[in-house]
Design a protein around this ligand. Structure first.
Ligand SMILES: *Cc1c(COP(=O)(O)O)cnc(C)c1O
Length: 231
């Protein structure tokens, strides 16, 4: 038998090379950074994508990221895309490439403190709440303005804000998703003219990345299309 039950099982669990090549090609063509979201996925799947050329990976649990990072190639750029608790910043501060979901002064101040301890600058994105679903996470437009004002009054030396991150509603209604991405894009453009460091607009996941790119995303975070559904 050329294809035993075991190999069949292994092959459906593996990263999807055709999907990767297609999405990576779109990303290069549109000048968008592709972050492969590897949460819950084994090292072997990450190494597959790495072998095909992928270097940006995203995780959203600190414990999982801290376990995986030392076992994988050192030139991987690790994105933290989940909700980060202040007491866990210290674990990722030595190596994290970009922290996406920052939405409070308290968290910014802690990242600054840990970055200083590690004698490095840590890049962060501020998370804006654009979806209809209720969630504790993400700033509204007024809170974003407030946080940026606070930063102007009391600059944090060891962090660098690079832009904004957001998640659209979980809906099949493309008009809703598009309008949410447009709102985020408008905020991004508004502040980008004031802050020269801003170059990153993190929006778009497996289900909506094409829309996100049409609406000006510069970074998409894609998991299930590359690695298969998370069980
Ligand atoms: C899990 C996750 C993704 C990837 O989701 P997919 O639908 O699997 O592409 C992107 N962004 C965030 C913040 C996530 O938590």
């Amino acid at each position: 038998m050329p294809c035993s039950r075991f190999f069949y099982f292994a092959s459906i669990m593996a990263a999807d090379r055709a999907a990767y090549l297609q999405i990576a090609h779109t990303a290069v063509t549109k000048q968008v950074t592709l972050v492969a979201v590897s949460k819950t996925k084994p090292l072997a799947d990450i190494l597959d994508l790495y072998a095909w050329g992928q270097r940006h990976f995203g995780e959203n649990y600190v414990q999982e990221l801290v376990e995986k990072q030392p076992q994988l190639p050192a030139d991987i750029h690790w994105h933290f895309i989940g909700h980060l608790q202040t007491n866990k910043v210290k674990y990722i501060a030595p190596f994290v490439h970009l922290i996406h979901g920052v939405d409070s002064w308290k968290l910014l101040a802690e990242i600054d403190k840990q970055a200083r301890r590690n004698q490095r600058t840590i890049d962060v994105l501020l998370q804006v709440h654009i979806a209809r679903e209720e969630t504790k996470y993400g700033l509204d437009a007024a809170e974003l303005q407030q946080l940026l004002q606070q930063l102007q009054q009391k600059p944090l030396e060891y962090i660098r804000i690079r832009g904004l991150m957001g998640m659209a509603s979980f809906t099949d209604d493309a008009d809703i998703v598009r309008s949410e991405f447009q709102l985020l894009r408008q905020l991004y453009d508004q502040y980008r003219s004031m802050y020269p460091d801003w170059d990153t607009l993190s929006m778009g996941m497996s289900g909506d990345y094409k829309l996100a790119i049409e609406e000006g995303s510069t970074l998409v975070r894609i998991g299930s299309l590359l690695f298969g559904a998370r069980l």
